[in-house]
Design a protein around this ligand. Structure first.
Ligand SMILES: Cc1ncc(COP(=O)(O)O)c(C=O)c1O
Length: 354
C-alpha cells in the first residue's frame, strides 16, 4: 500500500449497533446492499453472521460474493429479479425475491418446483416500487403458490427519518390493515422506524444506516441512539506550506488566507469519494483537534488549515469522518446525507477491518 488513505471498519461497532437496534421480538434483517453501504458486504456479513438471521441486498448480482465467502443466511433481494435468469439462479443461492411487478411474478410462476422463496412488495405511499394494496388479494388468488410459501408482505416508509411526518401514520395504517386482512407476516421498518415507530416492527425489520453508526433520524446525532461510527476514513498529510495572508489556495482560488496560515495537503480527493461539494470550513480532525478544509477538493488531494494545531508534521493522520467526526456532520456541509458519503468511498480506498 503506497498511500495510507484508508477506511477502517470497526467490526465490534457493527455488532454493537446491531444489538442496539434489533427489536426484542421479530427478526432483524441487516441491509448489506451496495457493498454494505461501502463498508464491504462480506466483511459486514461475516461480522454479523453469528447474530443475524437474514441479510438484504438490492440486486441478485450482489449475492455471489457473499455465497462464495460462505455466508449461509437467506438473502432478501429488495428489487427482486431484473431478469428471468435471476429467478432461475435464486433457489440455488437461497435468495428471497421481493417481487414488485406482475412480470416478475409471471417469470416465477413458470418455474414450478424450481421457484425460490418470494415476498411481495406493497406500495403504501412511497410510490417507488410495489403493488397497490388492493392488488394484493387478487394476486394471492392468481398465484396460489404465494399463499403456500407463505409470502411475507414488505413495504417502505417515504419519511421514516422524520418521525413526526403524518405520512408515516398513513402508510402504517394501510400496511397494518392489509397484513391483518390477509393474515400475512409483514416487513416494514428501516433503522429510523425501528427506533421511532415500534408499531411498524411487524415480523421483520430491515436495518441499514444505523448498523453503520450514522444517524437514522434527521436532526438527531447517532450518539442519541447509542450508535457507534463503523467507518473511519483517514488519510495522511503529504505536504505542509506556509501561506501568506492574502494568498489563495487551490483550484479557482476559492479561498484566500485571512492571515498567515499553515496549510496541509492531505492525500485524499474526490476520486476517493471525498465529496467535491464540501466547502471551505468543512471539518476534519488532526491530532484529535478539528481543522477546516480550505479551497476546492481536488481529484486526489485536499488542503486544510492547520495553523491552530500545534506540532502538525508530515505523515500525520487526518480523519475525514468516523470515530472523532460524525459522517452526518460532513454530509451536512456537503449538502447530502451520510448514505451517499459512505457508499461512495471509491474502490481505490482499502477497507481495513479493525
Ligand atoms: C427497501 C429498503 N429497505 C430498507 C432500507 C434500509 O434503510 P435504512 O438504511 O434507512 O435503515 C433501505 C435503504 O435504502 C431500502 O431501500
Amino acid at each position: 500500500m503506497s498511500r495510507s488513505t484508508r477506511a477502517s471498519i470497526n467490526l465490534q461497532a457493527i455488532r454493537d449497533n446491531f444489538n442496539q437496534l434489533r427489536p426484542p421480538t421479530g427478526k432483524a434483517i441487516a441491509v448489506i446492499k451496495a457493498d454494505a453501504y461501502g463498508h464491504g458486504a462480506v466483511t459486514v456479513a461475516s461480522a454479523l453472521s453469528s447474530v443475524c438471521d437474514y441479510f438484504a441486498i438490492a440486486i441478485c448480482d450482489e449475492a455471489a460474493p457473499l455465497r462464495e465467502a460462505g455466508i449461509k443466511q437467506p438473502l432478501l433481494v429488495l428489487e427482486g429479479p431484473h431478469h428471468v435468469e435471476d429467478c432461475k439462479a435464486a433457489k440455488a443461492h437461497q435468495l428471497i425475491l421481493l417481487a414488485h411487478n406482475r412480470e416478475q411474478l409471471d417469470w416465477l410462476d413458470a418455474l414450478g418446483s424450481e421457484r425460490p422463496r418470494v415476498w411481495l412488495k406493497v406500495d403504501t405511499g412511497m410510490h417507488r416500487l410495489g403493488f397497490a394494496c388492493e392488488q394484493v388479494a387478487p394476486l394471492l388468488q392468481h398465484y396460489p403458490w404465494l399463499r403456500e410459501q407463505p409470502t411475507v408482505l414488505a413495504s417502505h416508509f417515504a419519511c421514516a427519518d422524520e418521525p413526526d411526518n403524518p405520512n408515516n401514520a398513513l402508510q402504517l395504517k394501510r400496511f397494518t390493515a392489509l397484513t391483518q386482512t390477509l393474515g400475512l407476516a409483514g416487513c416494514m421498518a428501516n433503522s429510523a422506524a425501528s427506533l421511532c415507530n415500534p408499531q411498524s416492527l411487524f415480523d421483520y425489520c430491515r436495518l441499514g444506516i444505523g448498523l453503520y453508526g450514522a444517524s437514522p433520524v434527521t436532526g438527531h446525532p447517532a450518539r442519541d441512539y447509542n450508535l457507534t461510527p463503523v467507518m473511519s476514513l483517514q488519510a495522511q498529510i503529504i505536504a505542509l506550506h506556509q501561506v501568506k495572508q492574502g494568498e489563495t489556495v487551490g483550484y479557482s482560488q476559492t479561498w484566500t488566507a485571512p492571515r498567515d496560515s499553515l496549510i496541509a495537503t492531505v492525500g485524499i480527493g474526490y476520486a476517493d469519494g471525498y465529496p467535491r461539494h464540501c466547502p471551505s470550513g468543512t471539518p476534519v480532525v488532526v491530532r484529535s483537534q478539528r481543522a477546516s478544509l480550505v479551497g476546492r477538493v481536488s481529484m486526489d488531494m485536499i488542503t486544510i488549515d492547520v495553523t491552530e494545531i500545534p506540532g502538525v508534521t508530515l505523515g500525520d493522520d487526518v480523519e475525514l469522518w468516523g470515530q472523532q467526526l460524525p459522517v452526518d456532520e460532513v454530509a451536512d456541509f456537503a449538502g447530502t446525507i451520510s448514505y451517499e458519503l459512505i457508499t461512495r468511498v471509491s474502490a481505490r480506498v482499502p477497507r481495513l477491518p479493525v
